[in-house]
Design a protein around this ligand. Structure first.
Ligand SMILES: Cc1cc2nc3c(=O)[nH]c(=O)nc-3n(C[C@H](O)[C@H](O)[C@H](O)COP(=O)(O)OP(=O)(O)OC[C@H]3O[C@@H](n4cnc5c(N)ncnc54)[C@H](O)[C@@H]3O)c2cc1C
Length: 90
């Protein structure tokens, strides 16, 4: 696995300082579920509110993405949206 990481990240990945392993099914709130979802009708009724800034509070995170929400792709996209929002307000 380390060789695989090194292929993408460079030889420094061959000598990790630490290692963390987790049994996601023991996580008390999600029980291992990788993606959160809303109940029926919630997105239609309230979907736009999830990204609307409130005063100086801006919302990011994969749940706010309009594409691939719930996944890493959505997490990155949400950051790319939220960061300029904040910068524009500074
Ligand atoms: C078991 C599992 C498997 C998955 N597999 C895949 C996969 O194969 N492919 C894929 O694309 N996605 C996968 N995902 C989903 C992916 O991991 C998430 O979509 C992504 O990590 C979300 O990123 P995020 O930045 O939105 O939120 P997070 O990664 O959840 O980051 C939120 C951060 O905020 C911190 N935080 C929370 N509250 C506070 C607070 N009050 N103050 C300060 N910090 C706070 C948290 O500690 C956390 O570090 C998986 C998820 C799980 C759980």
């Amino acid at each position: 696995m380390l060789k695989n990481f090194a292929t993408y990240l460079g030889s420094q990945a061959l000598t990790p300082r630490d290692y963390f392993e987790m049994n996601w099914t023991l996580e008390p709130y999600t029980r291992g579920c990788p993606v959160g979802f809303y109940g029926p009708g919630t997105m239609v009724a309230h979907g736009s509110a999830i990204r609307t800034a409130v005063d100086r509070s801006h919302w990011a995170g994969t749940e706010t993405a309009t594409y691939w929400n719930g996944y890493m792709d959505g997490a990155v996209r949400s950051g790319e949206r939220a960061a300029p929002e904040v910068l524009a307000q500074l």
